[in-house]
Design a protein around this ligand. Sequence first.
Ligand code: 6PG
Length: 282
Amino acid sequence: MEGGVTKGRDLLSGRLFVLSTPEELARAAAGRLWGITRERAMVLGRSGKGARRITVALSGGNTPRLTLSALSSEPYRSRFPWDLVHFYQVDERWVSPDDALSNQRMLRETLVSRAPVPPDHFHPIDTSLSDPREGVRRYEEMLRRAFPGTTGGLPRFDAVLLGLGADGHTASLFPGSPVLEEGIDWVAKTEGGDPPVPRITLTLPLLNASSHVIFLVSGKEKSLVLEKILTGKGGGLPASRVAPRRGKVTFLADKDAASRLEGKSVPPPRGGDVRDRKGGAA
Ligand code: 6PG
């Protein structure tokens, strides 16, 4: 492992980079987000037409904390195109926004309050309402306003940061959940996970319409499920169903999470499978 990162490995479900520590993982993830948004900013700059907006959806949980702190610090703080980037939530627990379990609170503490994010560039899921179903309706409505012209289509996030649960869940899409079969709605209510509270989540069709998905995976407890997903044995696990049709998937994992993949031969990407398109360096 040279300089804390392995050479990217093309796998069945994306590209894997293994970082030596959770801190290295966070820096690599911040670098990846910067790389994606900078590239997009250049394209927008060149085209000069259309809304000059870059859209990034962020997951909750613990692993993103270090990444968002790294993004809010140098060398990314002064380089990141904050004026163009709009941040959305991938999912939320149905708790009040100032609750310690709130993903919105985590995102405010690690990014929004620490980096020069323009006040109207953070679009949280509103959990101050009485009914999570109303939360779903309002968030989908807000996304439809934010992505005009996608009637009948799906909004295309420029980047989506996802985590991975030891049970194979991602976002708040849990194994066996009927929401996994959702084919129309952009946002849904689910139950489960830890904490076992009602949740609001983006659905698979939306995740699979994005340009870049970055999975952040840290810790030994994730090694078995990561091995399953990256060796094509993920079956119907939610995370293994994240496969953007016209997009890239990058797995950034620390050494512990990738410990079961060391020296393991993994099936090469299927021919012509969009997902085997090369991702940039971590
Ligand atoms: C949540 C998340 C969830 C998370 C995974 C991994 O609200 O809990 O969005 O999908 O990404 O559970 O969580 P960790 O990063 O804490 O391991």
